[in-house]
Write a protein that binds this ligand. Structure first.
Ligand code: GDP
Ligand code: IMO
Ligand code: MG
Length: 429
């Protein structure tokens, strides 16, 4: 029996998951998304073209890879249709290689409206949601009134749809949100018909059968561990379990079938949306990171907040995910800095020093304590070269992080393209 390897972000999302899933996909028979939905924006780059995927797994460009949208995902049919249409120009065999769980929850247009309404009502305390309807859809799922992909096949889908949207309209009337329901409803129902043309399956059976047959499976996380509903900086989080355990519930895979856990992180930190960010730089260095790293949201285009790497947070993420290998992204971006800072500890309001993430993050004043390393200060233009060719200072940085984090860094990414990847000792299930 083979294993399911899990790849997930250890920070606040946008670590480069899409790129690495695409790079690793040829080593796997199946790539499966297990949580989140169109709030994700996963970028892949090859042959000079940049692709951004939102709901479709990042193995879709590899012709031999089967791609699964698991039961833990919230799926917006309208966004899905647009995504598929965008892919049509590349002559991929999407219909044959994409399988969608009947148990995935549907995002209705009213969920997007509710997301907007709730955010607007929060004023200055808004989460900074992507407004894709994620929170309200998971609310309905947990509240046992959601609609699922499998429901679109039933004769009374329209009745169920009307019943749930009526519930939403009753809530929406208390908020000042403008919308054209006729248009939203018609584009949704049109997209639902489109969705019916795809392989709608019981993905837990599909995946377990694949495991029995010896296929290798890569679970593709969305968002990041620090946005997890339980372990992130609540309430400034997303509404799903983004951690390894989420791959079990979001795919119907038993914990004993989990193999390698790839934890992916940027050589620095970014966050988009509101919420605590201890190492955030509000100065010229932060500006430079944003510019060099092109740190603008793949889904919303918003500027990402930037700062130095944060080891207490990374240690926390490694712990709750059981990370076995680390993958460091965007090393090239730091080449503009003569000195690189690493936050190794936090000082709290009461003067105490810790390397743990405190319970109270929102109202706590967390001051990062930094160690400084010499930067490599030279552009990294490395296409698939070996580790020996990395500048000495970058190797020192990698070794320092490995030492602090206690987990090997098995891959280093030096640019957005598929080929700009340096392997160290990557282990695949
Ligand atoms: P994801 O959500 O984790 O898949 O990450 P995003 O796609 O939202 O954001 C990562 C961004 O960084 C994308 O624009 C990628 O093309 C880009 N990227 C990925 N790896 C590297 C890298 O090593 N260097 C640079 N400069 N860009 C990278
Ligand atoms: P990928 O998969 C970065 C953030 C939002 C907001 C919070 C809640 O591309 O890494 P939501 O729409 O989920 O209710 O928003 O989470 N967020 C992300 N930030 N990358 C993502 O996905 C994100 N998905 C959600 O900005 O702060
Ligand atoms: Mg992203």
């Amino acid at each position: 029996m083979s294993k399911v390897d899990v790849l997930l972000g250890l920070q606040w999302g946008d670590e480069g998951k899409g790129k690495i899933v695409d790079v690793l996909a040829p080593k796997y028979d199946v790539v499966a998304r297990f949580q989140g939905g169109p709030n994700a924006g996963h970028t892949l780059e090859f042959d000079g073209i940049k692709h951004v995927l939102h709901q479709i797994p990042s193995g879709i460009f590899r012709e031999k890879t089967k791609n699964i949208i698991g039961n833990g995902v919230v799926l917006d049919p309208f966004v899905f249709k647009k995504e598929i249409e965008k892919l049509q120009q590349y002559n991929l065999n999407v219909k044959a290689n994409l399988f969608i769980s009947k148990k995935a929850t549907l995002i209705l247009p009213t969920h997007r409206l509710l997301d907007q309404a709730y955010e607007k009502a929060k004023g200055d305390n808004k989460i900074g949601s992507t407004l894709k309807g994620i929170g309200p859809t998971y609310q309905d799922k947990i509240g046992r009134q959601g609609l699922r992909v499998g429901d679109i096949l039933s004769d009374n889908f329209r009745v169920k749809f009307n019943e749930l949207t009526d519930v939403h309209f009753r809530i929406l009337k208390d908020y000042d949100i403008q919308y054209d329901w006729r248009e939203l409803e018609s584009e949704f129902l049109d997209a639902v018909s489109f969705l019916k043309g795809f392989n709608l399956i019981e993905s837990e059976y599909f995946l377990n059968r694949e495991l029995l047959a010896g296929s290798t499976i890569l679970a593709e996380g969305a968002q990041g561990a620090l946005l997890d509903i339980d372990f992130g900086s609540y309430p400034f989080v997303t509404s799903s379990n983004t951690v390894t355990a989420g791959a079990c519930t979001g795919l119907g895979i038993a914990p004993r079938h989990i193999g390698e856990v790839y934890g992916i992180f940027k050589a620095y930190s970014t966050r988009v949306g509101s919420g605590p960010f201890p190492t955030e730089l509000m100065d010229a260095d932060g500006e430079l990171m944003r510019k060099e790293g092109k740190e603008f949201g793949s889904t919303t285009g918003r500027p990402r907040r930037c700062g130095w790497i944060d080891l207490p947070s990374l240690k926390y993420s490694i712990m709750i995910n059981g990370v076995t290998q680390l993958l460091m992204m965007k090393a090239d971006v730091l080449c503009v800095f003569p000195t690189i800072k690493v936050c190794t500890k936090y000082q709290l309001k009461d003067g105490s020093v810790t390397d743990m993430v405190p319970y109270e993050q929102v109202n706590e004043k967390i001051t990062p304590i930094y160690e400084e390393l010499k930067g490599w200060n030279t552009p990294l233009n490395l296409n698939g070269v070996s580790i020996e060719n990395l500048p000495g200072e970058l190797n020192d940085y990698i070794k320092f992080l490995e030492d602090q984090l206690g987990v090997p860094i098995s891959m280093v990414s030096t640019g957005p393209d598929r080929t700009q990847t340096v392997y160290r000792q990557l282990k695949v299930a």
